[in-house]
Design a protein around this ligand. Structure first.
Ligand code: TXA
Ligand code: MG
Length: 318
């Protein structure tokens, strides 16, 4: 069992000595280690059972602090950082040798983010190194949005969980790269297409293509999956096909009275996509139980955070 608490100084001490600490962010909990310490970073891959070709995001409390680790910040990246940081946006920038290759799995670009969470921001302010942090789940499983989720899966492998409550966004960051005067989206997350296009006109999506040939390697098709089979379609129809004693359902806003409450999760009764995103991963976890054989779900409207929700649902069912 890991110790949980809100002790930033304790977290700092552990991180400075090369240990790993789970940290809260607005998106999901991260499994953090000193990005400048190759041994600490190697332990992150080990604890997550993550393939070594899958690079990690580095986190700091300001763009200024990443200056040592990136060769340049294109004006468009500066604009996005000004607008969305701290927040759920990760930007790929050209890396310098100051950052160990193991962080980026030898890629020439490093993924950088300033997370929006008071506890983690105060921790990052205290550190003179960035934190490499993937989501704090075993490779291929759903990301944790509460300290208890981290404890359940990685509790025996890490020293401390900085408990910052439930993640407010609940879905990982949007990942973008900058090419010429374009923003290229590799993963939809907490910043929506509508958010981006309000700031930059030229936004291009690559997230689907990456499923086939990942240059952002983590964009593998079957990802973010619970151990149950997930089937996505029209819920009313699916409920006619499956025996009610074997299903769990995740609906966007409808409650199905014929299904017991302990077998269903309504993402947002009022049809709010932000609330739905916030609840998605904990709902998938909630239904990942012995008495449920198959999880039935449906896509949500494909705008705002709906794009990211649908992306995760599709991957979880792949
Ligand atoms: O919201 C988030 O982004 C959370 C919190 C903890 O910040 N982190 C997170 O990390 O989701 P992770 O490792 O679970 O997902 C990061 C994704 C991976 O799919 C990885 O392949 C991709 O970002 N990535 C990281 N560095 C990259 C790089 N240099 N080039 C291309 N893709 C990169
Ligand atoms: Mg992850």
């Amino acid at each position: 069992m890991a110790v949980s608490g809100a002790d930033v100084q304790h977290a700092k001490k552990l991180l400075c000595s090369g240990k790993l600490v789970a940290i809260p962010t607005e998106t999901v909990y991260g499994l953090a280690g000193n990005a400048l310490n190759p041994r600490a970073v190697a332990t992150i891959y080990e604890v997550k059972n993550r393939p070594s070709f899958n690079p990690l995001i580095i986190h700091t409390d300001s763009l200024k602090k990443v200056a040592n680790y990136v060769a340049s910040v294109p004006p468009l990246a500066q604009k996005l950082a000004d607008k969305f940081w701290p927040g759920p946006l990760t930007i790929l920038l050209p890396k310098t040798d100051a950052l160990p290759d193991i962080v980026t799995a030898s890629s020439e670009r490093v993924a950088v983010r300033v997370p929006q969470h008071s506890l983690t921001l105060s921790l990052l302010k205290e550190l003179d190194f960035p934190l490499a942090a993937p989501s704090a789940n075993p490779f291929g499983y759903i990301s944790p949005t509460q300290a208890a989720h981290v404890e359940a899966q990685l509790g025996d492998k890490i020293s401390y969980i900085l408990d910052g409550g439930s993640c407010s966004v609940g879905i990982e960051s949007t990942i973008v790269g900058i090419e010429d005067n374009r923003v290229e989206v590799y993963r939809w997350g907490g910043i929506s297409l509508e958010d981006l296009t309000a700031v930059v006109p030229n936004v291009q999506t690559y997230s689907n293509q990456l499923e086939e040939s990942p240059s952002a390697p983590g964009m593998l098709k079957s990802h973010y999956a619970p151990s149950k089979k997930i089937i996505i379609g029209n819920l009313a129809e699916l409920l006619r096909q499956y025996h009610h004693s074997e299903v769990g359902i995740i609906s966007f806003s409808d409650f199905f009275p014929q299904i017991p409450k302990n077998r269903q999760c309504v993402l947002s009764a009022s049809g709010n996509l932000n609330e739905a995103a916030q609840r998605l991963f904990s709902s998938l976890r909630h239904l990942d139980r012995p008495y449920i054989k198959v999880i039935l779900s449906e896509f949500v409207p494909n705008y705002g955070l709906g794009r990211a929700i649908n992306d995760r649902l599709a991957r979880a069912s792949a």
